[in-house]
Design a protein around this ligand. Structure first.
Ligand code: NAP
Length: 522
C-alpha cells in the first residue's frame, strides 16, 4: 500500500524559492535523507542543459536527460546549413550563469554556438545524466502511484515522478505535402536536415519557403550555384545585421576587464527589449518602419525583381523581422530569381508554378520551417483520468505561465506555448522558466509534495490574459506566420515585454498551483 496522501489542498504562497535560504533548505533536506523526485528531462537542447545545470546547483541529482539524437545542442545541432547563425547578438546568447566572453563575432555562427552548448556538458559534469538515442513516444500519468510511465521508441519503458519538456517549438521540420514531392529526381532536403554531400556548383537550385533559415542559406548557395529560383509566398522585412568580427582589442576587453562583458550584454538586452514597441498593434513606429521599407526597397524593383517580391504588405513584426547583410545583394544577382506564383506541383525535373511555368531544377531545398504549434506532439501524453493532451489542445496549445497544464500533474514545459519572442533572446525566457520549475521541485523535496499542477481557474485567468494581451499585439494582424495555429490563434508568442514574464515568474509559486502532499508517516 502506498503512503497516505493529502489531496487537493492549495499550497501556501511559495515565495523566494530562488533565495539562498531555500537552496540551503533543499540541500539540507536531501542530505537528511529526503527523497527528491525522479525527473525526466526531454531534449538536450538549450533548455534541457539549462535545467540540468540548475538542478545540480540546487542539489537535485535524480534526473536523466532523454535525447533522441546522439548529441547535445538541439536546434544548433540540427541546423548545420551554410550560413546558419543566430540573429540575437552573441553576447546575449549564452546563459547568464555561464556567460561566454570570447565570442568571435557580433552574431555568432552555428559551429561556435554549438561548441558553447557542448562545452557546458564537461564544465557542469552533465555526462552521467545524458541518455542519447532515447526518443520518448508516450507519457502516461498513473493516478494510483502518482508517477509518469514513459515509453521509448525502442519499446522500453521507464517510470518517473516528473517530466520537464525541453523540446521547444522548432524541432520538427515541416515539409508541405506538395503533389509530386516524391518524384523529384535530384537531391531534395529540408534546411534543418542539410545534405552536405550536395555540390552546388553548376547546379540549378530551387528553394521553397523563404523565412529566417532561407535568408541565411540562400546567399552562400547562390555564391556557388548556376542559378537559384526562390519560390516565395510572402515577402519578409529584412533589416541590416551589421555583423562583423570582434577586434582583438574588443575581445581582450570582454575577457579581461571585469564587468565589461556584463555591461555590454545588459546593453544588448535593453536595446532588444526596447523593440517591444514594434510588437504593439498599430504602433506609430511600426507604421513608420513599413513606410521606410517601402521607400527604400522600391528603387530595387525591376521587371526581373518585382515590388511584390520585395515589399511586404503586412505590418512589420507580424512575422519575424529578419536581419541580414547579404539578402538584398543576393536578390539583385542575375543568377537569382524570385517566383511569387504559388507552387502547384513538383515533377522529376523541377517545379511547376500555378501560372503553368515549369522551372527546371537539379536541387530542391525546403526552407519551410517547422511544425510549431503542436508542441509536445508526436509524444502521446495522457494525464489524469485518461485525458489526452492532444484533445485538451485541440483548439490550440495553452499552458499556465507557458509552463504547465491542469490535470497533467508534474509535467512542465520549457519554451512552451506563448513563451516565444519576436524581439529578444529566448535564452532569457528559458532561464526564468528553469528558475521557476527548479523552485517548484525544491518545494517538492522540502515539503514532501508528491504532485503539483496549475488549478483550472489559474489556467483560465492566464488564458484570458494571453488572449487580451495578444489582441493588442501586431501578431493579431492579418499575416501568415508560424506563431499562429490553423485557426489563427497565436499559440507561440509571449504577448508582453520579457521583464513582465520575469516579474510574473518571480512573484513566487502562488496558490495557483495545486499540490498533493505525501504525508509523513506517523
Ligand atoms: P519560417 O520563418 O517559418 O519560414 C517558412 C517559410 O516557408 C515561409 O516563407 C512560408 O511561407 C514558407 N512555406 C510554408 N509552407 C509553404 C508552402 N506550402 N508553400 C510554399 N511556401 C511555404 O521558417 P524558418 O525560416 O525555418 O524559420 C523558423 C524560425 O526558426 C524563425 O522564425 C526563427 O525563430 C528560427 N530561426 C532562427 C534563426 C536565428 O537566427 N536565431 C535562424 C533560422 C531560424 P509563408 O510565410 O507565406 O507561409
Amino acid at each position: 500500500m502506498g503512503s497516505p496522501r493529502e489531496r487537493g489542498s492549495v499550497s501556501s504562497v511559495l515565495r523566494h524559492t530562488d533565495s539562498p535560504d531555500f537552496a540551503r533548505a533543499t540541500h539540507r533536506a536531501i542530505s537528511h535523507g529526503a527523497s527528491s523526485p525522479r525527473i525526466a528531462i526531454l531534449g538536450a537542447g538549450a533548455a534541457g542543459l539549462c535545467l540540468s545545470i540548475q538542478l545540480l546547483h540546487a542539489g537535485i541529482r535524480t534526473f536523466e536527460v532523454y535525447e533522441k539524437s546522439d548529441g547535445v545542442g538541439g536546434t544548433w545541432r540540427d541546423n548545420t546549413y551554410p550560413g546558419a547563425g543566430c540573429d540575437v547578438p552573441s553576447h546575449l546568447y549564452s546563459f547568464s550563469f555561464a556567460a561566454k566572453r570570447d565570442w568571435s563575432r557580433k552574431y555568432a555562427q552555428q559551429p561556435e554556438i554549438l561548441e558553447y552548448f557542448e562545452s557546458l556538458v564537461e564544465r557542469f559534469q552533465l555526462k552521467p545524466h545524458l541518455r542519447f538515442g532515447a526518443e520518448v513516444t508516450a507519457a502516461t500519468w498513473k493516478d494510483e502511484t502518482s508517477c509518469w510511465q514513459l515509453r521509448f521508441a525502442d519499446g522500453t519503458e521507464a517510470e518517473v515522478d516528473v517530466i520537464v519538456s525541453g523540446l521547444g517549438q522548432l524541432n520538427r521540420p515541416y515539409i508541405p505535402a506538395i503533389p509530386g514531392l516524391d518524384s523529384f529526381s535530384g537531391p531534395l532536403f529540408h534546411s534543418a536536415r542539410w545534405n552536405h554531400e550536395t555540390d552546388f556548383r553548376h547546379q540549378r537550385v530551387g528553394v521553397i519557403g523563404i523565412g529566417a533559415s532561407a535568408i541565411q542559406f540562400v546567399p552562400p548557395v547562390a555564391a556557388e550555384a548556376a542559378t537559384v529560383t526562390l519560390f516565395q509566398r510572402t515577402a519578409n522585412y529584412v533589416a541590416p545585421k551589421n555583423d562583423r568580427e570582434f577586434t582583438p582589442r574588443e575581445r581582450r576587453l570582454f575577457k579581461f576587464v571585469p564587468g565589461a562583458q556584463r555591461a555590454y550584454r545588459f546593453g544588448i538586452y535593453c536595446k532588444l527589449e526596447a523593440r517591444w514597441s514594434f510588437m504593439r498593434r498599430r504602433s506609430r513606429l511600426g507604421a513608420l518602419m513599413q513606410k521606410k521599407f517601402a521607400t527604400q526597397l522600391a528603387p530595387l524593383a525591376s521587371d526581373r525583381l518585382t515590388s511584390e517580391a520585395l515589399i511586404p504588405e503586412y505590418v512589420p513584426g507580424c512575422r519575424r523581422i529578419l536581419i541580414s547583410d547579404d539578402w538584398y545583394p543576393t536578390l539583385l544577382k542575375k543568377s537569382v530569381s524570385v517566383e511569387t506564383a504559388g507552387v502547384d506541383r513538383i515533377t522529376a525535373s523541377g517545379v511547376v508554378t500555378s501560372d503553368g511555368t515549369e522551372h527546371a531544377l537539379d536541387v530542391l531545398i525546403f526552407g519551410t520551417g517547422f511544425t510549431t504549434t503542436e508542441f509536445l506532439a508526436p509524444i502521446e501524453v495522457t494525464g489524469r483520468h485518461g485525458k489526452k493532451l492532444s484533445d485538451v489542445w485541440e483548439s490550440g496549445a495553452r499552458a499556465f505561465l507557458g509552463l504547465a497544464v491542469p490535470e497533467f500533474p508534474n509535467l512542465f514545459l520549457m519554451y512552451g506555448p506563448n513563451t516565444n519572442l519576436g524581439h529578444n533572446s529566448i535564452l532569457f525566457m528559458i532561464e526564468q522558466q528553469v528558475q521557476h520549475i527548479v523552485g517548484l521541485l525544491q518545494r517538492m523535496v522540502v515539503e514532501r509534495i508528491e504532485a503539483v499542477e496549475p488549478s483550472a481557474v489559474a489556467m483560465e485567468n492566464f488564458d484570458s490574459f494571453i488572449e487580451g494581451a495578444t489582441a493588442r499585439t501586431v501578431w493579431a494582424e492579418d499575416c501568415s506566420s508560424w506563431y499562429k495555429n490553423a485557426s489563427g490563434r497565436v499559440t507561440n508568442n509571449w504577448p508582453a515585454p520579457t521583464v513582465s514574464y520575469r516579474r510574473l515568474l518571480k512573484r513566487g509559486h502562488s496558490a495557483e498551483w495545486l499540490t498533493s502532499t505525501l504525508r509523513s508517516d506517523p
